[in-house]
Each structure stands twice: as structure tokens, then as C-alpha cells.
Ligand binder design. Sequence first.
Ligand SMILES: Cc1cc2nc3c(=O)[nH]c(=O)nc-3n(C[C@H](O)[C@H](O)[C@H](O)COP(=O)(O)OP(=O)(O)OC[C@H]3O[C@@H](n4cnc5c(N)ncnc54)[C@H](O)[C@@H]3O)c2cc1C
Ligand code: FES
Length: 282
Amino acid sequence: MNQSNPENIYLPKLAVLDRVVDEIDEVKTFFWHFKEEADQAAFRRFRPGQFAQVSIFGAGEFPASLPPSPTEEETFFTIRKVGSVTDALHRLRPGQEFGVRGPYGNGFPMEQYHGRNLVFVAGGIGLIPLRSCIVYALANRDKFGKIQIFYGARVPKDLMYQPLLREWEKAGGFECYLTVDRPDADWKGHVGVVGSLFKKSGVQVPVANTTAFVCGPPVMFRFVIKDLLAMGLPETDIVSTLERYMKCGVGKCGHCCIGVAYVCVDGPVFTFQQIRKLGEDI
Ligand SMILES: Cc1cc2nc3c(=O)[nH]c(=O)nc-3n(C[C@H](O)[C@H](O)[C@H](O)COP(=O)(O)OP(=O)(O)OC[C@H]3O[C@@H](n4cnc5c(N)ncnc54)[C@H](O)[C@@H]3O)c2cc1C
Ligand code: FES
């Protein structure tokens, strides 16, 4: 008789909600830890760009990016309330339990980018999946060339992670440019779509030996890709993450397939060349 008891890959590990921070309208950051220390230690070996499956008991499960960098202590998700399960997470209170499976997916191969310039371009909540690799790159500043962050939102109150943005704007050793489409009375910064920052006086986007990370709403993605390609960046040096409907998260159910690719295991990080070859319309 086979007495082995292989781990059930669909069984989430128990997590406890520590605290909740408001980000922007309908978006909150949920700080949490695993109940078991061993689970926490195993999970903290995640790579920037990976994701996890979040289970809210009695409501369901959904995939979520990992915005913390592995160089940070705390584990957290930043989640927009869009439907029943994300709403159930938004209604949890500190001390309540939920489930987490993962980390899953390929993530950004940050070690392959050592010695290269990194250009991060994010729009709106597209900063959630990029936050991890930006914080990771800044924590390992000496391993990379020039680092530039370009981030835009429709209005100032839609800018995510505001305390961190203020730190990034003030810190030296890298460049951080912010913009909004529509300013309010207090906004003193740049006005225009995120791609307009590339042409801002004094900004020089490096092209040679550069990897560009692009995440944001579809219209922003298309314009930024056009700009980067026009500057001369090869398709293979532009990377992004794809969000597709997922169920299992581990390459079993086929829900996330685009052509031959399983977004949950082959992605969610793809080069723009791969995205184009998959025929994927972001
Ligand atoms: C790899 C990955 C990482 C993600 N990371 C985050 C994150 O960090 N923060 C965050 O807020 N959300 C993230 N999402 C999206 C999140 O998983 C969905 O918003 C969530 O599944 C919605 O569940 P729900 O039951 O609340 O809403 P549902 O009732 O399932 O859906 C509500 C609405 O959202 C749309 N929707 C649901 N899932 C997706 C999806 N995957 N892509 C596009 N539209 C969708 C539906 O069409 C519907 O209009 C991620 C998705 C993937 C695949
Ligand atoms: S989500 Fe099941 S195969 Fe990708």
C-alpha cells in the first residue's frame, strides 16, 4: 500500500491579517503573515514579479501580485475591490484568517539584469507588480546601471504608494519622475501621459544595455511600447506582466492559456516580443 501523503497543491496555508492601509479609491494594502513560521520562511524566497493565490474562506480565491521586494521584511498584497472575492478581502479585519498559496509564476529574472540600466514605466495600479522589482533594484543599487522610474496616474489622488513615491523623489542615485493627466489645485509636478515624461527637459532614457519594465492600463501600455520601440529598445528588452483569468495557478487547469503559453507557469512575466508572438492584445 502506498503510504505516502503528497502535499495537496490546492491547499492554502493559513495567514493572519495584521493591518490594512488605504492606498487610493477602492485599493488597499493588506499586511499579513503566515500562522506557521516555516510557511513564512518558505514564502519569503519569492522573486519580484511572482504572484500568489489568495483564498477568502466562504468567498473564493483570486491571484494577486506580490508587491513587496524579497529584501523587505513584511509580506503584503495591494488589492483593488472589483468583485465578490476582493470585496470579501476588503471586509476582513486585523486578526482574521485567510489562505495563501504560492509563490507562483516565473517572476523577473533580476540577476540576468545585473550591470544593465533599468527603466520602470508604470501607470495607475500597474505600479503594484513593479513595486517589488523597483524596491529590489534600489536595495541592490550597485548591481545595476542607471535606474529610472516613470509613473503616472489620471489624477494626483490615484497615485499609489504615496509615502514611497515621496522617498523615491527625494532620494539620490536614481531618477523618479511622476505625472498626472489632470492636476488638482495642489499639484506642482508634470502634467501629461506617462510617455510625455520621456521628452521632459533633462530626461535621457538610456537605450543601450537597458531593460524596460512596463505595467499599466492597456492604452498606456500601447503608447509606451510605441515610444520605447521608436527610441530603439529591442522587443526582447521590454518586459511586462500579463493578468489573465486563473484558477489553479500551477499549470493544471488551462484557464490562463494564451496560445501555447500557460500564464501562471510560463508567466506572468513576458518580454514584449513573447507577448506579440502570442498574439496577445494587452
Ligand atoms: C497574475 C495576476 C496578478 C494579479 N495581481 C493583482 C493585484 O496585485 N492586485 C489586484 O487588485 N488585482 C490583481 N489581479 C486581478 C485579480 O486577480 C482580480 O481582480 C480578482 O480575481 C477579481 O476577483 P473578484 O471575485 O473580486 O471579482 P470577479 O467577480 O471575479 O470579477 C470582477 C471584475 O473584474 C474582472 N476581472 C477578474 N479577474 C480579472 C483578471 N485576472 N484580469 C482582468 N480582469 C479581471 C472581471 O471581468 C469582472 O469585470 C491579478 C490577476 C492576475 C492574473
Ligand atoms: S491557472 Fe490553471 S493552468 Fe494556469
